[in-house]
Design a protein around this ligand. Sequence first.
Ligand SMILES: C[S@@+](CC[C@H](N)C(=O)[O-])C[C@H]1O[C@@H](n2cnc3c(N)ncnc32)[C@H](O)[C@@H]1O
Length: 246
Amino acid sequence: MYDYYLGGKDNFRVDREAAREILRDVPELFQTARENRSFLRRAVRDLAKSGIDQFVDIGAGLPTQGNVHEVAERYVPCSRVVYVDNDPTVLSHARALLARERKTLVIKADARSPDLLDRVRQLRLIDFTRPVAVLLVAVLHFISDDEDPAAIIGRLRSVLAPGSHVVIAHGTRSAGGVAVDAMTNTYRRATAPVYLRYPEQIEDFFAGFTLIDPGASYLPWWRPDPESDLSDATRWHFGGVARLDS
Ligand SMILES: C[S@@+](CC[C@H](N)C(=O)[O-])C[C@H]1O[C@@H](n2cnc3c(N)ncnc32)[C@H](O)[C@@H]1O
């Protein structure tokens, strides 16, 4: 469904039908996916510019272009990237996309699995004694309270070196009413349930890290490009970037 929102070609009729069902109540559906993707690119750009050269992208999705390794390499050519996703379709995508890459790897793994970072470490691409940026962009809202998304971030905090960063984007309930119901009900039937949360709950996921400017915000307002027009920007995704100080 997300691939369809972004104008990709790797989607099935059933995905498109489910997306169109949501579109009836959420006409800004495609826009909000683009806003999320644009935030990811700005975050990676600014982290690379600040000297981060190692990235672990959990729930990567891997659209056809503008992926983490492509953005990071523009600023730091030696950047290393590990993509993680639990969807086998993403892996087949990745094989085609990354066939000639040496500094970029992909593994099929689940964000909820306690040994996730050990598996990343075993690839010997990322040096966890140095700062790493871990991306959890539009993935934590597929993790229920019972599955404890905060614990996933806690595990990161316990193994990352000081100077590491976490990038979080998360779907919100801010639109309220019919729109949130349409999103929640269709996902429950279509792919995996989605657990939209309030901005304050999402901000709590940064506990133990220090948010960098401008703090946590609706994504279109996070370091917008100077030319961007925010007059019809949406409040469907909230998040930010935070640093581990010690
Ligand atoms: C909405 S896409 C986001 C893709 C990308 N991070 C972005 O923001 O553009 C969510 C991705 O997370 C993956 N995903 C969902 N739950 C996951 C989990 N528990 N572990 C790993 N990946 C997961 C899905 O397969 C999908 O590729």
